[in-house]
Design a protein around this ligand. Structure first.
Ligand code: CMC
Length: 437
């Protein structure tokens, strides 16, 4: 705790309270308002928590003005180029990059848990044939809590680690099975000799009738997307996981809650929404008309894949993904995608438009990720499920950090009440007969 304070005074200059300034290692400091109600009798209000730090965390750092993203201090650009998803998962959980032996052991531990209980496989049959994979994921991941509840002691660090390993290991199996179910194809068991990403591709695209060869370009591109999506500090889904977990809930149920939050088009669902939007635009000549709609306050349409709560500059992940689009589309022979050209043009035009310049609206991570998924033949309905696979690493890092924090308390925001003031109950026969509705 620092010894710097901000004084709060009334209009006559009388001091009401002093708010300690708490400094982090980088980025803006925060004002500790925990004594505010006691001293002043007020809460604070901050819709959408734009200005509120909900916790202290040492996992991920974002400088939204400069477009910087660090996992445990390492720039995302370096991790994207040199690291792999499982290495990044290790980094997020344990705070340091693993040495060779540690990475090997960690990989083995993950691989050990890739199977799901056979009875869990039957759950899929209960879903409607065209269920959205995210709906299936919410249900199946939540139901893992029924398999691992009694044995799980959330107050024991090794037990928490085991839950995290199980989740990261099983997410590709669960997501791929959701895809197979919607395709009416048999589920494919994990093959543990493959890489994490290779296994995911295998379980999605292999068939019992013929061998499936994993394209190393596709494997590397998907791994890169997982690295880029692995964590993003206190976003809506991570905050949901933390809030659910703060009550001591089962971690598998908490992750199901996170998946539900991720699904929305303002969050992880944007990758799917971007492709739908590009398909709707269809041609460069229609771009002005869609931009006009995005700027019209009376039209709910927004330019999907544009804007971010924190980034007021380029989302560094979007830059990396755009470059990867060139590489992937160049290397995978049959994948020239007209939607990529359309997306590039849309970006170019939007970034010159006063509306987007003024509001600092830049392409975010989801603007180009769908183009790569399409090139990898991953269907649109699975885009957000891929995001969920990746973000499970971050969600579990945050859940474990929170559970180990001695200051952890149940998350319980307050409100500004705007309902009726106190009034007396009116017996039914004395109430007005008019129907106000
Ligand atoms: N298209 C048109 N106008 C926009 C857009 C957009 N995509 N994004 C923000 N604005 C406008 C908004 O109307 C507002 O204008 P004004 O000041 O005149 O009222 C201003 O910009 C500020 O927007 P906001 O809604 O207050 O910003 P926010 O921080 O609450 O929302 C956001 C952030 C990401 C939800 C929003 O930018 C958005 O809806 N973008 C499209 C959906 C999207 O791409 N989401 C993915 C986010 S990144 C990945 C992830 O989080 O999973």
């Amino acid at each position: 705790m620092s010894n710097e304070y901000v004084k709060l005074t009334d209009p006559d200059g009388r001091q009401l309270t002093s708010l300690p300034i708490v400094k982090g290692t980088m980025g803006p400091s925060v004002l500790d308002i925990s004594k505010l109600y006691h001293d002043v009798g007020c809460f604070t209000v901050d819709p959408g928590y734009s200005m509120t730090a909900s916790c202290a965390s040492g996992i991920t750092y974002i400088d939204g003005e400069q477009g910087v993203l660090l996992y445990r201090g390492y720039p995302i650009e370096q991790l994207a180029e040199q690291s792999s998803f499982l290495e990044v998962t290790y980094l997020l959980w344990y705070g340091e990059l693993p040495n060779e032996k540690q990475l090997q052991q960690f990989t083995q531990e993950v691989v050990h848990h890739t199977m799901i209980n056979e009875s869990l496989r039957l759950f899929y049959q209960g879903f409607h044939h065209d269920a959205h994979p995210m709906a299936v994921l919410v249900g199946v991941v939540g139901s893992l809590s029924a398999f691992y509840h009694d044995y799980l002691d959330i107050h024991d660090p090794r037990s928490r680690e085991l839950a995290a390993l199980r989740l990261v290991a099983k997410m590709p199996t669960i997501a791929a099975a959701a895809y197979k179910y919607t395709m009416g194809q048999p589920q494919i068991y994990p093959r543990n000799s493959l890489s994490y990403t290779g296994n995911l591709l295998h379980m999605m695209f292999a068939m019992p009738t013929q061998a499936f060869e994993i394209d190393p370009v596709a494997e590397r591109a998907l791994d890169l997307l997982l690295v880029l999506h692995a964590d993003h500090e206190q976003n809506a889904s991570t905050s949901t996981v933390r809030l659910a977990g703060s009550s001591g809930a089962n971690p598998f149920a908490c992750i199901a809650a996170g998946i539900a939050a991720l699904w929305g088009p303002a969050h992880g669902g944007a990758n799917e929404a971007v492709i739908r939007m590009l398909q709707e635009i269809g041609d460069v000549k229609h771009i002005p008309q869609f931009l006009a709609r995005a700027k019209d306050k009376n039209d709910p349409f927004r330019l999907m894949g544009f804007g971010h709560r924190v980034y007021k500059n380029f989302d560094p992940r979007a830059k990396i993904i755009r470059e990867t689009c060139y590489e992937v589309l160049g290397k995978l022979a049959d994948t020239k995608d007209p939607l990529f050209d359309l997306a590039l043009k849309l970006e170019e035009i939007a970034l010159k438009d006063e509306y987007f310049i003024e509001r600092k609206l830049y392409p975010n991570v989801d603007f180009y990720s769908g183009i790569i998924y399409r090139a990898l033949k991953i269907p649109m309905s699975m885009f957000t499920a891929m995001f969920a696979v990746a973000r499970t690493a971050g969600w579990m890092a945050h859940w474990m950090e929170m559970m180990a924090d001695p200051e952890q308390r149940i998350g319980r925001p307050r409100q500004l009440y705007t309902g009726p003031v106190t009034r007396d109950y009116v017996p039914l026969n004395e109430r007005s007969k008019d129907d106000p509705h």
